[in-house]
Every structure is written in structure tokens, then in C-alpha cells.
Ligand binder design. Structure first.
Ligand SMILES: [Zn+2]
Ligand SMILES: [Zn+2]
Length: 313
């Protein structure tokens, strides 16, 4: 029991209960305003993209650079996703990439689907755990500021802001419950699915060195983060779906932000390198299947021989 992180546990259990009872109640009593649905959609996009483009591709992987105003925006609305401060989120995620599928990986899939999905969030870090893999991030005063005031920022931007905006059309409870609480639950599970589903089900076109998988379904739910096999193979790339038709709204938004001069130095892995990785893996699989075929033929041949000798003996 001492290992349980009670703040996280209560929050992760209470928010879905509140969302699943509060929102239907408001709909049932006809009190949920149509504009509140649009607000919830807008909030979910802003907070979701602050995690994918901000916490993930900018801060953790440094796949591009951003002006301070954009970094501040990501930090405010990343906090509104209630997924911890950027300092902790990025440290965990760098640990995940470095030790993927092994013990130090915080969301190690080999400890089970549920553990990788959300189980790990219920527990405190082991005693003696130190954060020493984000020295570059700790130089940024905005990251330090967000970490220090994480709770007030998260509560203000994640709950008070949507309630305040929706009160403009007389629906503060709808703003709080739908665009605040229910939207947070959606954000949580979308992020969690990358750590669980995308290490469990899907294709591995670029690398078979770890459990990461590509999934179009997950890409739709997570602003493009579902191309997780590509991401593990080429984590320095600002794109997760590298082809123009790959559903990756995060990549499109970063590209637009670069055009608006809020982002720059977008890092792309050369196409040849990506295709080479794909071809090598294909070749490896073909060789392996040819090996199995030879083995089967060999066994069949030996089998015939045995029958042949048996027949004459
Ligand atoms: Zn990553
Ligand atoms: Zn992963």
C-alpha cells in the first residue's frame, strides 16, 4: 500500500466515474448546450496536440525547435491534460525509449497490457529514483516554472477555463464536466493506448527490435501517434507518419507552425534511410520464411526416406 500514488489513483478512478455519470445526467436533463460540445472538441484538440507536438515531439525528442510563446502554450495546455508536468512526462518517456520492454521502462509491456496502459500510474517511483535524463530541459525556465506550479496551472487551464468559457452561454457545469473532466478522461486513455495497444497489436514495418507497432486506428485516436513502430525506429523525426497520406495531424500542425515562424529546424530522417530499414526487414523476414520452408522440405524429405527404409525393411 505504501507504494501506491494516491493522488494519481483517486484522480484516475474518480474522473471516469464523474464523467460517466455527470455528462449523461446533463444530457438527460437537457442542460447541456450545443456550444459546449464544440468547446469540448476544441479543448481536446488543443490539449491533445500540446501533449503530442509539445511534451512528446518537442520536449522529449527535440525533433524541432519552438519559440518561447509556443513552448508556454504547450506547457499550459499540456498541464491541462493532467498527465503530470513536462519534466516528469519527458523523463519517463526518455526512459521508455532507452530501455523499451525492459525493467527500467516505466510502461514496460512485458509486465502486461494493463500495467503498460495505466497500471504504472497508480504506483510511486521506486525509492532512490532520480531524474537525470533531461538536463537540456531543466535549462528551460518555462519547464521549471510549469513543474513548480503544475497543479494550479492544470486546474485553471483544464477545469476552470472550460467552465468559465461555457458560462458565457450559461453552461458552466457542462463546460466543467464535458470539456473539463470527460475530455481529460479521453486525453488520458488516448495517451495510454500508445503505451499499451501500440506495443501489443499492429504491424512492424521498420524494426523488429522491440514491441512497438504501427496502427492506423490508434493514429486516428491520437493525432498521429499511432505510427509507433516508425517512431521507435526514428525517434528524432518530427513526423510519426512520414508519408504525406499518413494520418498525422501533429506533423501537419508542426509544419504549419514552422510556416508561421513559431517553430523551426524540423528534423526529418532521409527517405532512403527509412526505405532501407523497411527493405532490410522485409529481406530478413523472407530469408527466415525461406529457412522455415527449407526446414519443412528437409523434414518431409527425411520423413519420406524413413518411410522408404521402413518399406524395405
Ligand atoms: Zn517517443
Ligand atoms: Zn513506445
Amino acid at each position: 500500500m505504501k507504494q501506491i500514488n494516491w493522488t494519481n489513483t483517486i484522480f484516475l478512478i474518480a474522473t471516469p466515474i464523474i464523467a460517466l455519470t455527470g455528462v449523461p445526467y446533463l444530457i438527460w436533463t437537457g442542460r447541456l448546450h450545443g456550444a459546449t460540445w464544440i468547446l469540448a472538441l476544441g479543448m481536446s484538440m488543443i490539449t491533445g496536440l500540446s501533449i503530442t507536438a509539445g511534451y512528446h515531439r518537442l520536449f522529449t525528442h527535440r525533433s524541432y525547435e519552438a519559440r518561447w510563446l509556443l513552448r508556454l502554450f504547450f506547457l499550459i495546455f499540456g498541464a491541462a491534460s493532467f498527465e503530470n508536468s513536462a519534466k516528469h512526462w519527458c523523463s519517463d518517456h526518455r526512459e521508455h525509449h532507452l530501455h523499451v520492454d525492459q525493467e527500467p521502462d516505466p510502461y514496460n509491456i512485458n509486465k502486461g497490457f494493463l500495467w503498460a496502459h495505466m497500471g504504472w500510474v497508480f504506483f510511486k517511483k521506486p525509492s532512490g529514483h532520480v531524474i537525470n535524463n533531461i538536463p537540456d530541459l531543466m535549462k528551460d525556465p518555462l519547464i521549471r516554472f510549469q513543474d513548480r506550479y503544475y497543479y494550479p496551472i492544470a486546474l485553471l487551464a483544464g477545469f476552470a477555463l472550460p467552465a468559465g468559457i461555457a458560462s458565457l452561454w450559461g453552461d458552466p457545469w457542462g463546460g466543467l464536466l464535458l470539456a473539463g473532466v470527460a475530455r481529460t478522461v479521453f486525453n488520458h486513455h488516448a495517451t495510454f493506448l500508445i503505451n499499451s495497444f501500440c506495443h501489443f497489436i499492429g504491424r512492424q514495418p521498420y524494426s523488429d527490435q522491440d514491441t512497438s507497432k504501427d496502427s492506423w486506428l490508434m493514429a486516428f485516436l491520437t493525432f498521429g501517434e499511432g505510427f509507433h513502430n516508425f517512431h521507435h525506429a526514428f525517434q528524432a523525426d518530427y513526423r510519426n507518419g512520414f508519408r504525406f497520406f499518413h494520418w498525422d495531424p501533429t506533423k501537419w500542425m508542426i509544419w504549419i507552425l514552422a510556416k508561421a515562424r513559431l517553430a523551426k529546424n524540423l528534423r526529418r530522417i532521409p527517405k532512403e534511410k527509412i526505405l532501407l530499414a523497411k527493405l532490410r526487414l522485409k529481406e530478413k523476414r523472407e530469408q527466415a520464411s525461406r529457412g522455415v520452408k527449407n526446414l519443412i522440405e528437409g523434414i518431409a524429405f527425411n520423413g519420406d526416406k524413413t518411410v522408404f527404409f521402413n518399406h524395405h525393411s
